[in-house]
Ligand binder design. Structure first.
Ligand SMILES: [Zn+2]
Length: 262
C-alpha cells in the first residue's frame, strides 16, 4: 500500500471500539468465531460512519480490506488478542495467516489507544509430546552429527554453525505450542523428523546434505561418498584429469542444515 493510496476509512479505533473488539475475541469459542470476532467487529466499526455494514457485502460485492487502515499498534493488539485466544484451541498458526489476509491495512499513529496489558496466556498447561523410539534416536544422532562437525571443521566453522544453528532452531520449534498441545514426533530418515500436530498440520524437519563439490575453478563436478564424480549433464565442465579438489573430505561428517518442510 503506497502512502498515496486513497482509503475509504483510515482512522484510529476509539478506546471503546477497541475494548468491544477485544471482548468479542475473548468470548469466541472456535477458531472460526475468533476470526469472525476480529474481522467483523473491526469492519463494523470502520463501515458504520460510512453508513454501511458488512451485510452490504457478499459474493457480488467483495469487501477489499486494503481500502481501510487502522494504526499499526491497534492492528497488532487485535491480532495478538486473536492469536492468544486461538492458543487455547491450538490454532495460532491457522489464524495468523487469515488475519494477515483479512485485516485492514495499517499506518503509523503512535498516540492511538491500545490495551493496557497484553492478552493473557491461554495455552493449555502442558504440551504432550510423544516421541517414537526411532525419533528419539534421530534426535540423539542429530546432536552427535553437530558435535562431529565441530570436531572435524572446528566450532567456529561455517559447517558447524549452520548445522547446529538450524538444528537448535527447529528442535525448539517442535516444543512450541503454536500448532496445539498434542504433538507426535516420528522418524523421517537418519537425521530427519516428521512432526504431526494436533491442528492436523504435519511438517518435516529435514536434514539436507551440502553436496561435495570440486572447488577447482570452472569445474562443476559433484563427488559422491564413494569418490565417484559426476556432473549435472554429460560434457559439463570438469577437471580433465579427474583430480578434483573436494570441498570436504570423503570421510568427513556431511555438512548441511535442517529446514522446515510442510
Ligand atoms: Zn574438479
Amino acid at each position: 500500500m503506497t502512502q498515496n493510496a486513497i482509503y475509504r476509512a483510515r482512522r484510529a479505533l476509539t478506546g471503546t471500539e477497541l475494548a468491544s473488539i477485544l471482548a468479542s475475541i475473548a468470548a469466541a469459542r472456535t477458531i472460526g468465531d475468533i476470526l469472525d470476532a476480529a474481522i467483523t467487529t473491526v469492519f463494523t466499526a470502520l463501515l458504520g460512519p460510512l453508513g454501511e455494514s458488512l451485510a452490504g457485502f457478499g459474493p457480488d460485492r467483495r469487501l477489499d480490506p486494503g481500502e481501510f487502515a487502522i494504526p499499526a499498534t491497534q492492528w497488532t493488539a487485535i491480532c495478538e488478542a486473536a492469536m492468544a485466544r486461538a492458543d487455547a484451541l491450538g490454532g495460532r498458526m491457522a489464524i495468523a495467516l487469515e488475519l494477515v489476509n483479512q485485516m485492514p491495512a495499517t499506518y503509523d499513529e503512535p498516540a492511538a489507544p491500545v490495551p493496557d496489558s497484553p492478552p493473557p496466556d491461554q495455552r493449555p498447561y502442558e504440551h504432550v509430546l510423544t516421541v517414537s523410539r526411532e525419533a528419539a534416536d534421530v534426535i540423539c544422532a542429530a546432536s552427535r552429527h553437530c558435535a562431529d562437525l565441530a570436531a572435524c571443521f572446528g566450532e567456529d566453522s561455517r559447517e558447524y554453525r549452520e548445522a547446529a544453528g538450524s538444528w537448535q532452531h527447529h528442535l525448539s520449534q517442535v516444543f512450541s505450542m503454536a500448532f496445539g498441545p498434542q504433538t507426535r514426533v516420528s522418524r523421517d530418515g537418519d537425521l530427519s523428523l516428521l512432526v504431526s500436530t494436533e491442528s492436523g498440520f504435519t511438517y518435516g524437519v529435514i536434514f539436507h546434505r551440502e553436496p561435495r563439490r570440486c572447488t577447482h575453478n570452472g569445474c562443476t563436478a559433484v563427488i559422491d561418498d564413494d569418490g565417484t564424480a559426476r556432473t549435472a549433464r554429460p560434457g559439463a565442465p570438469a577437471c580433465p584429469s579427474g583430480q578434483h579438489i573436494l570441498s570436504y573430505p570423503l570421510d568427513a561428517p556431511h555438512p548441511g542444515s535442517w529446514s522446515f518442510h510442510s
